[in-house]
Design a protein around this ligand. Structure first.
Ligand SMILES: *Cc1c(COP(=O)(O)O)cnc(C)c1O
Length: 436
């Protein structure tokens, strides 16, 4: 078996309304076989052309002028972040490490949105020091901590109130969202605004929603985002300033198996109608509309190349042992904290009826280290290279890199069919001075 890993060149390169350049109409897809020979395995390969296409396509499916935040959580690789920033994306960041990546990638700190439920005074100080000035606040404590940090720095900052309680589906508003560590319950927003009025260094500028992820259908996505728009309009009547309305996301991506990035042909029209109805000034930037996404922009750009180390039969089942496991892909799934990973390499074919297929195991000394089950991979032999597609989001950085101390996979970045960088994260131990 040879790795073919070659997707058909994409011929749709429409530019978008936010003024991002159109992608080239044909670009060579990465040659996975050649890359595996050149850099060894395990290796992640990211195709920057696909990242740019994803942003162009998404921007074209959103209402005119919508700001797109890229959530670095999905993949903080500096080259991907730089490509998205230079194409007009704003970073959505949630740690000191992500501040560093965003700024190194060329982002203006003023364009960053700092989010997350557990911001420490140290992390806030770090971000403020580097010029970040817009924060999503998740609670009264979070707001007061931000005010203290900003006061300490002698700066004023803006905040969005993260709201828990968008009404999904119907047109009514549910005051009772789901219990969550994220955001402020709808009923508690007025009290938070009272607190904010007594915070000298923080100005409330709008609302931030993030209520679903990886929406199964365009319909579900539209229902959720329209619900957030309605909730925001209602909150504005209750006194919430609404210069910025970040309606969140939920844009989908396939994961670790073949599949195409989905499109949203009806989204712009549906959101535009809801915005016209609820927040009429939005066309003049009042409020300014924003969305956030991680996986949709980078998921389809990444492929994991892994070599088969062993093929063995045991009690009627066939196992292929790979040089990549849950330490390199879907680590949280590997520990059953998420649905088990069901990776499917692009080489898999339909099975014969009497074929139990091959189970894909990683190299770790735990029976939980399984990447896929019952796959049609006839003739699989040690030395074969498999390509697991659509792992550009929540791949390497969401895995258990320290578990069993194997080397971290190489990350190869390709653009226009050429390698633009190859690097590897290194985990190393450093002494920490005792604080006394
Ligand atoms: C994780 C997260 C995102 C990105 O989620 P995706 O499913 O990767 O698009 C966006 N916003 C917030 C607040 C998040 O926590």
């Amino acid at each position: 078996m040879t790795p073919n890993g070659v997707r058909p060149a994409d011929a749709t390169g429409a530019g978008d309304r936010a003024g991002h350049p159109a992608a080239p109409t044909t670009v060579a897809a990465p040659d996975h076989a050649a890359l595996a020979r050149r850099f060894g395995t395990p290796a992640y390969v990211y195709d920057l052309d696909e990242v740019t296409r994803a942003l162009g396509d998404l921007s074209a499916s959103l209402p005119t002028g919508t700001r797109v935040y890229y959530s670095l959580k999905a993949n903080p690789h500096p080259a991907l972040v730089a490509a998205l920033v230079s194409a007009g994306c704003h970073p959505e960041i949630t740690s000191s490490g992500e501040v560093d990546v965003a700024l190194t990638a060329g982002a203006d700190p003023a364009d960053c949105l700092y989010t997350g439920p557990g911001k420490t005074p140290g992390a806030l100080a770090y971000a403020l020091d580097r010029g970040v000035r817009v924060f999503s606040v998740e609670s009264r404590t979070d707001l007061l901590r931000l005010d203290t940090a900003a006061t300490g720095h002698g700066v004023r900052v803006d905040c969005l109130v993260r709201v828990n309680g968008a009404a999904a589906g119907g047109s009514g508003l549910r005051m009772t969202g789901t219990a969550s560590q994220f955001g402020v319950d709808l009923a508690d927003v007025p009290a938070l605004l009272d607190t904010a009025a007594r915070c000298p260094a923080v100005t409330v500028r709008g609302a931030h929603f993030y209520s679903i992820t990886n929406a199964a259908t365009e319909e579900a996505l539209v229902a959720e985002l329209c619900g957030s728009i309605r909730t925001a309009a209602w909150l504005r009547e209750k006194g919430l300033p609404l210069e910025v309305l970040d309606i969140g996301g939920g844009f989908a991506a396939p994961y670790a198996r073949p599949g195409e990035r989905v499109g949203y042909p009806g989204l712009a029209a549906a959101l535009t109608a809801e915005l016209d109805d609820r927040v009429a000034g939005w066309r003049d930037g009042d409020p300014r509309i924003a969305v956030e996404t991680g996986r949709h922009l980078v998921g389809t750009s990444g492929t994991l190349l892994t070599t088969v180390l062993d093929v063995k039969d045991s009690h009627g089942r066939r196992f292929a042992v790979l040089d990549a496991g849950i330490n390199h892909l879907g680590g949280l799934s590997g520990l059953r904290r998420l649905l088990p990973t069901s990776a499917q390499p692009i080489q898999a074919v339909a099975k014969e009826a009497d074929d139990a297929g091959v189970d894909l195991a990683g190299p770790l000394c735990t029976p939980l280290d399984m990447l896929g089950h019952g796959l049609g991979l006839p003739g699989l032999a040690p030395g074969d290279v498999l390509a697991i597609p659509n792992v550009g989001a929540y791949g390497l950085s969401a895995s258990l890199l320290g578990f069993l101390s194997h080397p971290v996979p190489t990350e190869v970045v390709v653009a226009g069919g050429r390698v633009v960088s190859a690097s590897r994260i290194e985990l190393r131990r450093e002494p920490v001075p005792a604080g006394d």
